[in-house]
Write a protein that binds this ligand. Structure first.
Ligand code: ME8
Length: 671
């Protein structure tokens, strides 16, 4: 048998300066989901995560806690591993930059750079941001109230002056520009590649300071031990040291390098797409196939971060609802690449609608009806009717659609595809009305087919959700009575109708019991059950509920005006009309189905009177206020607001459209 194709995926290695929160969980769950998906689809997949333990930030934290840096990080690493276990993350290796196996190779890499002339010794005078472990020049920093601050995180930078080693980044600049331009998939989403080219590479790369004498908590330069290796050189190397690069046991390196994808948050793209490729090229190694920068989980309007303390921890959520529910929410709620707000309310709402209602009901109704009408035994289907053929066709098409989205790391769209079919099944139940079929003997023949269809579709759904929700498939298989492992594989989805006649279903507990959102919100916000772990969550949650209070402190602006910061929080995007119709029983509302490139949205707009022939709008590109909080209108969730112009004198109302719309992709940012 030929060797399986390999797939190597990594997360950033996180700073153990504090316990990991839901933001780190987001990246790690995404990597695990992808790895599980690749395993399911026949790859030899390998996932690496770990911790980035050196540097000034950790040194300071440990000093504040009055312990050694190693003792400080050991504790956090233990908690981090426990969190990944709780989240059902099955990493293949966990690298710590304090591991001997890592330190030795970082020293070897640094020496090689020096010996081949990529690194030289000089004097550094400049500015340093400790939270980001980043060097900046006087022209790059921003001034806030006379204080020089980091352009990335906005916190004050410190002046540093010391003898240092420098990496001749400029030498590789032209090569890297060409590489990025010739490999459009290398940096994703594409707009991050454009940012790197226009903000850093094209203006010209500065040589990078790659050693510190003032930082003792680091990897010593072995030929000049006064110096320690700059944390980012140390940290980035993890992706190859973990595979045994540079040792006699480099089998994993030979097998898995180059990585298929490094998942990173968008704030560390620069390190992964400029310094890291240059380091690899200088070592004569191939580059990773892709660096994918996802967006941030925000708290209110701010990035959640350990150093700001505005974080949500996953533990209390998982304790109440299980890891699968939180994993589903993280992968479903926001398109991978975009920012999104975490709120307990949004989580609970999805839990009820997608998991309890859509998926949970499908399984429980299917199993309950097979028990009621056929004593629990799945019957052989009879001749299929058109409605069955359609459902079968959509279900059979699903694996390929999911795979396509997953290959583009579009977790949310992959789940949307699955839920479309789950929704179709629920609708199929309403349309075929099994409770009526069950009343007569002739009806029962037809009922065999209907229930067979549903059970087989449920089996497809169970296999497909496995990478996202590792525990739920087994619970579904138990209820469906599927215990043959061959019916749980990706390959088993190549044909519809593999579920054997006579399979005995068995009703179990509700997969995701419906919750009372109000009551659960209070519990999650720590307003009952004073469990110790819930405390850290309480503060930020309160803060999020009352963002107005924080805003009061903002600089004064004339009444009726907004600041540029407030404006930047609004997202306007182009949206192409896929469908448009009048909402029944309303003379004002039109319902739009809009294409935003990476997603489809439904938006209701009160402009029906101005457009008596709504179909004329199909194909037009409109302007959508895209991050307006979704709202249910007449039972339909409206996700945004279409902008239109109103002539107050005549009452004429016209939608804003985009000039030469074919030259911009649907979903393009407007601003
Ligand atoms: O940057 N939303 O470590 P770090 C989404 N050690 N993702 C988030 C997030 C949020 N609010 N907060 C954190 C470092 N993350 C370096 C990396 S790699 C060679 C060295 C995730 O502890 C996201 O993946 O600050 C982000 O890039 C990473 O955690 C930053 O973790």
């Amino acid at each position: 048998m030929p060797d399986k194709k390999t797939y190597y995926i990594t997360t950033p290695i996180y700073y153990p300066s504090g316990n990991m929160h839901i933001g780190h969980t987001y990246t790690t769950v995404a990597a695990d989901t992808m790895k599980r998906f690749k395993r399911l689809t026949g790859y030899d997949a390998y996932m690496l995560t770990g911790t980035d333990e050196h540097g000034q930030k950790i040194e300071k934290k440990a000093a504040e806690a009055n312990v050694t840096p190693k003792a400080y990080v050991d504790e956090i690493v233990r908690n981090t591993k426990a969190l990944w276990q709780l989240m059902e993350v099955e990493y293949d290796d966990f690298i710590r930059t304090t591991d001997e196996r890592h330190i030795r190779i970082v020293q070897q890499i640094f020496r090689r750079f020096y010996e081949q002339g990529d690194i030289y010794k000089s004097k550094y005078e400049g500015l340093y941001c400790t939270p980001c472990e980043s060097f900046w020049t006087a022209t790059q920093v921003v001034e806030k109230d006379g204080v020089k601050c980091c352009p990335d995180c906005g916190r004050p930078v410190e002046i540093t002056q010391e003898e240092s080693y420098f990496f001749r980044m400029s030498k590789y600049q032209d090569w890297l520009i060409e590489y990025i331009e010739q490999h459009p998939d290398f940096i994703q989403p594409q707009k991050r590649a454009n940012e790197m080219l226009s903000n850093f590479l094209k203006p010209g790369l500065q040589d990078l300071c790659v050693s510190r004498t003032s930082v003792k908590w680091g990897v010593p330069v072995d030929f000049d031990p006064e110096h320690s290796v700059y944390v980012w050189i140390d940290a980035l190397s993890n992706y190859i040291t973990a595979l045994g690069y540079g040792t006699d046991h480099d089998e994993l390196f030979r097998k898995y390098w180059p990585a298929d994808v490094h998942l990173v948050g968008k704030e560390i793209v620069r390190f992964h797409t400029i310094y890291w490729p240059i380091m690899l090229h200088a070592l004569g190694l191939p580059l990773p196939r892709q660096v994918f920068a996802h967006g941030w989980l925000l708290f209110g309007n701010d990035k959640m971060s350990k150093s700001k303390g505005n974080v949500v921890y996953p533990q209390p959520i998982v304790e109440r609802y299980g890891a699968d529910a939180l994993r589903y929410y993280l992968m479903r709620e926001m398109p991978f690449g975009a920012d999104g707000n975490y709120t307990n309310e949004a989580f609970l709402t999805r839990l009820n609608s997608d998991l309890a209602n859509d998926l949970g009901n499908l399984i429980s109704r299917t199993v309950a009806m097979i028990e009621k009408y056929f004593g629990g035994a799945v019957q052989a289907p009879q001749a299929l009717e058109p409605i069955d053929e359609t459902l079968k066709e959509h279900t059979l098409a699903l694996p390929a659609l999911v795979e396509k989205q997953m290959n583009e790391l579009q977790f949310s769209l992959a789940l949307q595809e699955i839920w479309k079919v789950v929704g179709e099944c629920n609708k199929y139940i309403d349309e075929t009305a099994p409770w009526i079929l069950g009343r007569t003997e002739e009806g029962k023949g037809r009922l065999s087919t209907v229930l067979y269809m549903l059970a087989e579709c449920a089996r497809f759904a169970a296999v497909l959700i496995g990478p996202f929700m590792p525990r739920t498939p087994q619970r579904i298989f138990e209820q469906l009575g599927v215990n043959d492992p061959a019916l749980m594989t990706w390959e088993s989805l190549s044909g519809f109708g593999k579920l054997p006649e006579g399979t005995m279903v068995c009703k179990g507990e509700a997969l995701f019991p419906r919750i009372d959102i109000k009551k659960d919100l209070a519990a999650l916000n720590g307003e009952d059950e004073p469990a110790a772990e819930k405390k850290p969550e309480k503060k930020p949650e309160k803060k999020a509920e009352k963002p107005q209070q924080a805003e009061k402190k903002a600089p004064e602006v004339p009444e009726g005006c907004v600041t540029i910061d407030q404006f930047e929080k609004l997202s306007f995007r182009t949206a192409k009309v896929l469908a448009c119709k009048k909402v029944e029983k309303s003379d004002k509302l039109l319902q739009f189905s809009l294409d935003l490139g990476t997603e489809q949205r439904t938006v209701l707009s009160g402009i029906a009177k101005a457009y008596p022939d709504p179909e004329q709008l199909i194909g037009k590109t409109l302007v959508l206020f895209a991050n307006l909080a979704p709202r249910k209108i007449m039972g339909t969730l409206s996700q945004g607001m279409l902008l239109s112009a109103l002539d107050e004198k005549t009452g004429a109302l016209r939608l804003l459209t985009v000039d030469d719309a074919d030259s911009v992709a649907p979903g393009s940012e407007i601003g």
